[in-house]
Ligand binder design. Structure first.
Ligand SMILES: [Zn+2]
Ligand SMILES: [Zn+2]
Length: 348
């Protein structure tokens, strides 16, 4: 059997083609993918030599769909169930998992179960992935598009929970992409009093105002450090999150935080690159710096529940729904800042 998929043949070389439909594992299932989000990390992977010449490859990890087929030994799910696949897979046995931080799972053997391959009409889910967890049922009244946003929301949810963004924080977010907009909206739900959004893209900044942002700063026109000082009575923000793939915003971030405040490096920067930091400023101002990546199972489940609840305006983030054939267009729309979140439909 054949299916349609977006295969990556090299940087910026993505072709939608017929390929073999995966075979159903005897203890697993086949998911018919109805919606798959286009993530910033997908775009980074699709536009660089992310697989070191190992092509073709199918990316896509924000996966939701119907169970299409179940193996003879699979008993948990049945054909027709609507499922959300959290791409992280953790062992729940190592010290990190037991401590409640399964995002730091040190068991490499289960990491290969992490889901990619979503830019296709079908994906196989192994029995081991089903047993380890991270698969959630989507209620009937929730759309696939909304449910697909559970994945990008997960990491944001975990970050704001881990660093306790709350009332009455003043929060600076650098990077008005979909992740930055999720952060702003969730920070407001958690009680942040002032959210300042910094970006170089005017279109993105204007859209960010729809998601709880109080103040926008266009750093292509205005010095962002001075701007943050101006809006915080010269004190600096309580917390600053760098959510861009750029080293320079990490360098700037420590100049925007108040004494004793917290800086989070959320966005990954180019592999092997180094960021310059004024370490005396960190020292004398008692600044905390924290990295963030991923989410625990518990956080992924609660983030998914938030994404499908009426408390979060999930559908507002989906600015473009495109057929999978238009994945290249989706990448462009996201890169230019025209789109907040692009969701692809493999069956349209
Ligand atoms: Zn994602
Ligand atoms: Zn583990």
């Amino acid at each position: 059997m054949k299916m349609k998929a977006a295969l990556m043949y090299g940087p910026n070389d993505i072709r939608v083609e017929e390929t073999d439909k995966p075979i159903c594992p005897s203890d697993g299932l086949i998911l018919k993918i109805m919606s798959v989000g286009l993530c910033g990390s997908d775009i980074r992977n699709l536009t660089t030599d992310s697989r070191k010449g190992n092509y073709p490859f199918i990316y896509g990890h924000e996966i939701v769909g119907y169970v299409d087929e179940v193996g003879k030994d699979e008993t948990k799910y049945k054909v027709g169930d609507k499922l959300f696949l959290f791409p992280g897979t953790y062992c729940m046995e190592c010290d990190e998992c037991i401590s409640g931080h399964s995002e730091n799972c040190s068991n490499e053997e289960v990491a290969h179960l992490a889901g990619t391959g979503g830019f296709a009409q079908y994906i196989a889910v192994s029995g081991e992935k089903i047993r380890k967890g991270g698969i959630y049922i989507i209620p009937d009244d929730v759309s696939f598009d909304a449910a697909s946003l559970g994945e990008p929301l997960t990491s944001v949810f975990a970050c704001l929970e881990n660093v306790k963004v709350e009332y009455p924080d003043t929060l600076v977010i650098i990077g008005a992409g979909p992740i930055g907009c999720f952060m702003a909206q969730l920070a407001k739900i958690r009680g942040a009093q002032k959210v300042i959004m910094i970006d170089i893209n005017e279109k993105r900044l204007k859209m960010a105002l729809e998601f709880g942002v109080d103040i926008i700063v266009d750093s292509s026109k205005e010095d962002p450090i001075e701007a943050v000082k101006k809006y915080t009575n010269n004190k600096g923000a309580d917390k600053v999150i760098s959510a861009t793939p750029v080293n320079a915003t990490q360098t700037q971030s420590i100049h925007m935080v108040r004494k004793g405040g917290l800086v989070v490096f959320f966005g990954g920067v180019p592999k092997g690159s180094m960021t310059e930091l004024d370490c005396n400023l960190i020292h004398y101002n008692n600044i905390w710096i924290k990295g963030h990546f991923g989410a625990s199972y518990s956080q992924s489940k609660r983030a998914f529940q938030l994404a499908i609840s009426p408390s979060f305006p999930t559908e507002k983030f989906v600015t473009h729904v495109l057929p999978l054939d238009k994945i290249n267009e989706g990448i462009q729309l996201t890169r230019t800042g025209e789109a907040i979140k692009v969701v692809l439909h493999p069956w349209d």
